[in-house]
Design a protein around this ligand. Structure first.
Ligand SMILES: Cc1ncc(COP(=O)(O)O)c(C=O)c1O
Length: 431
């Protein structure tokens, strides 16, 4: 495990990057109402992605799974640095098309619509990852109708050894993802008989949120062992060269130690060197790319005690940031004192040790973090939840209770004009 230089885990404001601190405080000072906003640091995202790319072994590719965060500014920042983009819906095809730089894109996911497949082919999708026998038939018909030869990977749900499964497994257990390994021979035969499909390799995205790099290394080694076995089922191997090993690198929300990407890359490099006939490896992570650049900023509206517990009630909540509930964790919270601009006198928490940080929703499940220790917490103070850049806003039920959407603020040293307000509440600032 390694501490990532660009991530900021801590409950103390000292560890918050200066540009986030300054922007958070100035936002609270100019707003008439308590603030809630996502702030994204695009320069730190750029540095992080450059660093990941620079450590990849030769010939190994990395695509960004945009489902983790498909805001235009995030895609625009990441796209020039990675080999391509991974998408899983028709809506995400549009996101790729809206990007000013045209990158190769690949299409996975169960339940693809015919219209999505048509749109993907029309816009020259690089590869489609087929998830079922039925999808093979449908894609062949659509590719024939468009008179196109389409490269495909077969997504496999393999029989994983028990010790390689994770808490959030998508393979090795019954799931809607991929083709059961027992049906692989049948699927391969079908693709080989399909005149408009070119079998280019295999795809396995077995898990999300793996924080243990050694387990991940063992998983990759196991895939490399299986590659020969899977390949042996193919009659014509002339186009078969890709092994897409998915994403799934975890983010440690609760300790400063982060997934050791360099160790994974070094290990993979050695494993590929020892392999007699290695495939071309492709990664497609989402969370590990965009998580660290995002911060969820909320302001305290009320502080109160109820049945012996202290609650800080904040503008915003899990309808903007469902991640802590989705992960069943208490998200780290950084306290930014604001000099008490909205305190009515008695609501200080200085005698209270631990606080539950909640949002504005009328449900007891609207909890962002329990048992957080603060000293001198006051109404009007800001709280910042770091590592909010992946599966944060975009997985949340934003329409519940009809609260306004949070602002999305993108800080970038490349942007000269401060506070360019756009109609959809995005703001870009200089840092
Ligand atoms: C097929 C596929 N690839 C990549 C990803 C990205 O996973 P992660 O964000 O855990 O890296 C996902 C996430 O669900 C996925 O389903």
């Amino acid at each position: 495990m390694k501490a990532l230089s660009d991530s900021s885990f801590s409950a103390s404001s000292a560890s918050l990057p200066e540009n986030i601190l300054v922007n958070a405080k100035s936002l609270a000072l100019v707003e008439n109402e308590p603030v809630c906003a996502f702030i994204y640091d695009l320069e730190s995202l750029r540095r992080h992605v450059r660093s990941l790319m620079s450590q990849l072994p030769k010939g190994v590719e990395l695509y960004y799974a945009i489902k983790a965060n498909s805001e235009k500014e995030i895609i625009e920042t990441v796209a020039p640095l990675v080999d391509g983009l991974e998408i899983s819906s028709g809506g995400e095809i549009q996101k790729v098309l809206n990007c000013s730089l045209r990158k190769p894109f690949i299409f996975s996911g169960p339940g693809k619509l015919d219209s999505d497949l048509r749109e993907a082919i029309k816009h020259r999708v690089e590869m489609i990852h087929l998830e079922s026998i039925n999808e093979i038939h449908r894609l062949e018909n659509i590719a024939a109708e468009q008179n196109r030869q389409q490269k495909v990977l077969l997504r496999i749900n393999p029989m994983l050894p028990d010790h390689l499964a994770t808490k959030l497994s998508m393979a090795g257990v019954p799931t809607p993802f991929g083709i059961d390994e027992k049906q692989l021979a049948e699927a391969i035969q079908l693709v080989e008989q399909s005149e408009h499909l070119i079998l280019s390799g295999f795809h396995v995205h077995a898990m999300s949120h793996q924080t243990d790099v050694q387990r991940h290394q063992r998983l990759l080694d196991w895939y490399l062992e299986k590659w020969g076995e899977w390949k042996a089922l193919v009659t014509d191997t002339s186009n078969l060269c890709y092994l897409n090993v998915g994403g799934g690198m975890g983010v440690n929300y609760l300790t400063p130690d982060q997934y050791d990407w360099s160790a994974l890359c070094r290990h993979l490099e050695q494993s590929l060197k020892q392999h007699p006939n290695p495939p071309r490896i492709r990664f497609e992570p989402g969370r590990f790319i965009s998580a660290f650049c995002g911060y969820y900023l909320i302001q305290i509206i009320d502080i109160k005690q109820n049945h012996g517990q202290t609650f800080a009630i904040c503008r915003g909540g899990t309808h903007h940031f469902r991640l802590p509930v989705a992960q069943s964790h208490d998200h780290p919270v950084i306290h930014l004192p604001m000099g008490n601009p909205r305190d009515y006198g008695n609501n200080r928490s200085d005698s209270w040790q631990t606080v539950t940080v909640v949002g504005q929703l009328c449900t007891p499940k609207d909890i962002l973090s329990r048992n957080q220790s603060f000293s001198d917490l006051q109404i009007g103070d800001l709280l910042v939840l770091p590592m909010a850049g992946a599966y944060g806003y975009n997985i949340s039920h934003t329409d519940f209770l009809c609260h306004p959407k949070p602002q999305q603020i993108f800080i970038d040293s490349d942007v000269i004009d401060a506070h360019i307000q756009r109609s959809d509440q995005h703001v870009a600032t200089a840092c």
